[in-house]
Design a protein around this ligand. Structure first.
Ligand SMILES: [Cu+2]
Length: 164
């Protein structure tokens, strides 16, 4: 390829030096998109069925969804954020004997080719400090970040406890 470029430049030397240079820029420009496509991270994780159980009086809301990992390695959910809440935490409800408590998690691991369900009584999000009032059926964006750098933003439906 390099030989070909210099051949073209030599032929045109002195008469069309500018078009020679432009031709080389053109080749460089064409190569850039191919390089980007090759380095794009394949999407392995997905979030589905996301909803938020809201409670009156600014009590913490619960966030529930399913994380699917289509990759062949475990992936950890390490952060969840929302523009609608001041604080989002990952919790797990743990029962031992007849006591039930919530444990704060800094990650939730999803096995290869598997899924992890966040649901009432198990893994869940606690969403605190709502930044605006959210109507029943409102859609709230949540952004999920994984330890491999993947980020997924999805809309979650707000349902007030007891609302029809
Ligand atoms: Cu909790």
């Amino acid at each position: 390829m390099k030989m070909k470029f210099s051949f073209l430049c030599n032929v045109r030397a002195g008469t069309a030096g500018v078009s020679c240079a432009l031709g080389m820029f053109g080749v460089l420009g064409a190569a850039a998109p191919a390089a980007q496509a090759a380095s794009a991270v394949p999407v392995k994780v997905a979030i589905s069925g996301c909803w938020i159980r809201a409670l009156p009086d600014n009590l913490p809301a619960g966030g529930y969804f399913i994380v699917t990992n289509a990759g062949d390695a475990p992936v950890d959910l390490v952060n969840v954020k929302s523009s609608a809440y001041g604080m989002v935490m990952m919790h797990r409800t743990v029962t031992s004997g007849n006591t039930t408590k919530m444990v704060m998690l800094d990650r939730a691991s999803v096995r290869p080719d598997g899924e992890l369900t966040f649901r009432p009584g198990g893994y869940h999000l606690m969403l605190e400090n709502p930044l605006k009032s959210l109507a029943n059926n409102a859609l709230v964006p949540l952004t999920f970040t994984f330890n491999d750098g993947e980020t997924v933003t999805t809309q979650c439906r707000v349902r007030y406890a007891g609302a029809k």
